[in-house]
Design a protein around this ligand. Sequence first.
Ligand code: BGC
Length: 907
Amino acid sequence: MTTPPLKPTGLRCAHQVNPLGVAAARVRLSWLLEGTGRDRGQRGYQIAVAPQEEQLSTGEAVCWDTGRVTSAASADIAYAGRPLTCGSRYYWRVRVWDESQGSSDWSEPAWFEVELDQADGWPAGWIGLGRIRENFRPPTETGPSDPVAIALTPAPYLRRPFWLDRPVASARLYVTALGLYEARLNGRRVGDAVLAPGWTDYARRIPYQTYDVTRLLNQGDNVVGAILADGWYCGFFGFDAKQAGAHYGEAPEFLAQLVIDFADGSQQRVVTDDQWRARFAGIRHADLLMGERHDLALEPRGWDAPGFDEAGWLPVHCRERDGRPLVADPGPPVRVIEDIMPRSITTGDDGRHVVDFGQNLTGWLRIGVDGPPGARVRIRHAEALAPNGSLYTENLRTARATDEFSTSGGPEAFEPRFTLHGFRYAEISGYPGDIGEASIVARVAHSDIAAAGEFESSQGWLNQLFRNIDWGQRGNFISVPTDCPQRDERLGWLGDAQVFARTACYNREVAAFFDKWLDDVADAQFASGAYSDIAPRLNIGWAGAPAWADAGVIVPWTLYKMYGDTGILGRHFAAMTAWMAFLERGNPGYLRTRDLGNGYNDWLAPAEDKTPAELLATAYWAYDAALMADIADAIGRPDEAAGYRALWSKIRAAFADAFVGGDGQITSDTQTAYVLGLHMNLIPGELRDSAADHLVAAISRENWHLATGFVGVGYILPVLCSTGYADVAYRLLEQDSLPSWRYMVDAGATTIWERWDGWTRERGFQSAWMNSFNHYALGSVGEWLYRFVLGLDLSPGTAGFGQLLIRPHPGGGLQWARGSYRSVRGPVTSSWQRVGSRFTLRLGLPPNVTASVRIPSDDPAEVRDDTGRGPAAIADYPGARGSLEAVFEVGSGRYEFSGPDLSSGRS
Ligand code: BGC
């Protein structure tokens, strides 16, 4: 029986499936391979690209035909054909040759559409109603001088009727706002994105979305419309009171063009211009932090459809576009991803209802009502309850997180459009009628990023920790990776994203999301070369903080490792080089002692943070230099790679001189100092073991607790597993008293807390000033669950998941663990168990992947694969000193390995 050829599927462009808008320079193609059996591999590929689908088969007008390319690459293939035309669609397909040298069939065609031309692609103007300040009554009972209430203004509704006299072949709506928009066409919502166009530094680039609206148009009368809100552009967010409500501008504006291609080949455009009419209506205010207030009786029903009388609607303010670039949004939109039903609703003596959704999440409520007109219903949100059962909102600081609506009478439903709350509980007051009939759901909203990883083990609390890490990611990946989704902050802190990036990649397909955010990081870089501490950076001048600003190098490198994406490296190489030059200019002695900016150091370390600032800073600088060498090699710049390697050795030597003693002891003796020194390879080889011993001594001094903050926490378990102390790693993992991951889980957490002691049994809540219950940084242990517990890792020195190191680290009380990671080369699965004195690993590798499989064992020569074959080699097992592992070299396929267990790894 012959094996069927490999089949290319899952075609993507710029990490997206059939994107409607992609910059020509970002067209990079990838595919997955389907195929059964073992040792399957791609030996070559051929890609064809053409403006019409039929041309792919006829071969006519093909604008790129690679011919047969001898290569195993199935991702990161940069388009190199004839120049692509802005605004046009291109179809593409691929076929592959496998190890039998037979060619596959051509794949199903995929397509992409190129973004519009900056210069003449946008014959449209910005429209809006300008700034009005009405002193609306705020959602809380505050007086008329309340500055927040004064800053909150109603949402403009905009409309434009038009006539189409011919049958439509296809139509696109290109649309954006300074602020947030919901686009409407003939009474229907366009697309399903929320909080669009997302957040960038609007002074530097404005993202737009493209929608295929062919099916929403009528031959005859049509109406295009939009509702606008302040959003990040001119609403409240962050904590800078002076800027609140006007970070980028004063009032929201809208920019759109509808491009209609008729069946007869002609074209018509409807653009934003002075022909539009607008008014304020039902949405009395809408703000990300403060919430939304909607008077349902003021909703002009039918306003977004033909046949509506627009008497009383005002002419819009219209201004020409300036030179700010409009870019097709490279990231995924924010969407409503799921609805969660209440777990319980309790009603207090005061008639207020408290709804518990059982999960800390980001989004808002939808609630049905059938009652008299004019009833005012108020919904407040909180992550936790106070001991008396009321909402605990102190940690929201100035974020009011309050939605309010008044009824128009009869059956209707309310849900806000332009706000976002971080909450598990909601308090509903003023509800007219039986709350049990209200059909309440929590609508979970975040950037729409598919899940990539799974993890499950024999310990229920650990599975909950895994879910909490993923929920923390979901709740904070809202157009940019934010620190927290609930209080008056919600900023793109680089340090948080940096420590969590690898975990994020394993959990979810974040390539396009981070690709977009790295543009924000580049936009936020200062002319000095210093990366900012937050991106987008607003007008906050904070820059250069160690472990924060270094994200400018670490995050692109992480994406390269996980996705093999060299495009990201190329796009940001000059910016990274400027950062490295900035560091070197300020620190000629190769110790990073200057320009440390705000120096957050090992932020929120549980006890006093004693890791010296210059030690932490120098470690990160050396790490940057090592990664820059890797990056330069990956994009074919060997001279720069050599330069960065030389820089790395100088910093490394300076680090060792300044901080490492002759017995491997590191200045300050803190856990984080050892973790950085060991993870970043800054300790002379002969001292690594004794430095690791010192780390373990430091952990034992804390009675086997973590003493790390944001910076040390992600690497501590990987470092222990790489230096012979997997047993200590498990001891920390399973620790259930403070500070520990398990303490949060046992306390009922459903996300990751900002602080180890955000709430304690003895003291209750930490200071309300900084006490988010949804901050992902301490969840960076997720990376260890995938790479070390499941053992799903890249081979050292490789990128893109083609060559793997499969090395599970069984330990602690875990009897089994299983999980998977959907990589750019397809799904990798690992499942191990310890039964009696045997250890068994089941492994699944997709085609075009090879792996070195390492099974730790007391008697590695006895380990067998499922064909009875013994190991190719025996090596030292890094998880436990003096222990060994059996080494198998395998290609794609499903395998089972089994042998005597490792007694030292059992608890
Ligand atoms: C944020 C953090 C951030 C930090 C900088 C805090 O307010 O919530 O997550 O990284 O500031 O130290």
